[in-house]
Write a protein that binds this ligand. Sequence first.
Ligand code: GLA
Length: 668
Amino acid sequence: MIIETRTIGWGLAIVLFFVAQVGGGQTAASAPALPDFQGESAPAGAIWLDSLDLEQTVQSHGKPRAGTSVDKRPMTIRGVVFKHGLGTHAVSELHLVLEGCATRFLSMVGVDDESGSPASVRFIVEVDGRKLAQTEVMHKGDAAELISVDLTGARSATLRVDDGGDGIAADHADWAGAMIVLAGDSRLRPRAISPAGTEPTMKIASGVPPEPRINNPRIVGTTPGRPFLFLIPATGEGPLEYAAENLPSGLSLDARTGIITGSVGQVGTFKVMLTVKGSRGQTSRELSIVAGAHKLALTPPMGWNSWNVWGCAVDDAKIRAAADAMVKSGLAAHGFQYINIDDCWEGRRDAHGEIQSNEKFPDMKALADYIHAKGLKFGIYSSPGPKTCAGYEGSHEHEEQDVRTYVKWGVDYLKYDWCSYGAGAIPKKSADLPALQKPYRVMRAALDKADRDIVYSLCQYGWGEVWKWGAQVGGNLWRTTGDITDYWSSMSSIGFRHADRSSFAGPGHWNDPDMLVVGRLGWGPNLRDTRLVPNEQITHITLWCLLAAPLLIGCDMSQLDPFTIDLLSNDEVLDVDQDPLGQAATRKAQSDTTQVWARPLADGTLAVGLFNLGGTTTQVTARWSDLGVTGPRRVRDLWRQMDVGVFNDAYGHEIRGHGAALIKLSKP
Ligand code: GLA
């Protein structure tokens, strides 16, 4: 193996073991010249690095880019432009699985011209765990260097960019014209994987105890006089029997199913004592029913939405199957209540302008009844524009009429998605707040005229810093970002950007960082497992619970594997999301690859998340001084559901690459 890096003299060819394929399957050494790295097509026998799945790159800032700089500009190092390569940001890491299928890695490397002046990075290549190439610290304006590493027989390689020792500020780093020369005799192809994909999975508690337990939510709101529906979420060895003391007048409980129905007669807060009896004993817990105007979503909504799994391949049977599985999987008993159809249910309007469902939804009222009979709630989707995002009929100028139809069907939740509204006339991120708010106010007014409680979910991708005014226009939740995908880069960049948005969330009005990307997903008819590795999924749920985010499962409910069920049914973790205080977490400490977030809970305890954003195992420490607490605290590990001891001023935990721990600090 050969370690080589050097600055290339432009126009000057350097002989560096670049192996090109020549006729008849023979190979011969030739010299790479700068144009070889700048071309449109890769030299014979080689593939561009950016033909692999570069989304798997782990980096401390921004998103990995194929063929552009990290800020999506043409990849440029000291004025020289490259069409292919990985545009990344330090600290960054990409793992290549080779299994002997490659003979050489070649790349020009350097700081992109778009960077600010403090940029300083080092490029490193490790092969089968051994460092075989490392540049000196490179700065903005340095000429690109060539890295050339022998991969013959190698099983794996890791491409790293470090911060040059001075932090990551402005460190836009380019693997420019990066290519892999293939072994002529191998049928395998290189694969890019997240370094975190090679880490062992962190332990989380599995299964539910046989003793009866009453789960979240502990507080629920309703408008007096309107239909009320609530399934008491309870687990334990059955058959379970349910009882409720002090139910407000107008409500009644089915002792066999645990479903409370009716409508509350008057304004007030009713402290109801629920009791659940099973074959292993009985338990009681208080439920507050708050009756008044605009009292919905007092905790973040929990449920399922069809989009991330089915996209437009959704139909009536799939929605019924999701409702069936919500109960059968046990997740309804952990507080997941909503079964929401996203886009693509809409048909045409009839002669009176009334919206019809399309042929895939033959009878919406019957579908809603089916869902309600299980104690679950029914959600639907529309857009303020003439068309939805998928091009179906929107609610434009039919807002009140559509709400009347939703009431007739029995809708409990509306996701209202900007899409075609304004037809581009409104600058997307404009400060023209009245224009951004208008369609949401119109629908709020329509909902207020309805004689039914409908949770109102705003979706306009965070424009105009919606978190600052979503509550003012009557939203119960608002999407804070564009659509999530099941890549670490997408999930983590969405989740961790909420540090300064926490104060805008609270009971009845929540930041929505989008739906969960765990389990089997597809955004269409063909499903596959989430690309997030298990530790990344633990981070996803930990962060969403700390953020007090809505928990809308996005996967095929009928194909939940045991890990996904454990991930979604850990009541100590869900307790954090559903905490009645409703105060979302803020970031308390951060380094290049670690973060600590904390969220005060209603009982005076503190939920703390320890995150490792790097690809490999590292110690993450929550310091009391960062958390603003003092004195000895009992620490409970919520994912493992066990007490880990009393700590005086800090708690440290080894966290796997891309993993997280969620702990709770006792009161002083
Ligand atoms: C937008 C939304 C998604 C989904 C689709 C449906 O992209 O952000 O969540 O609702 O529309 O078309």
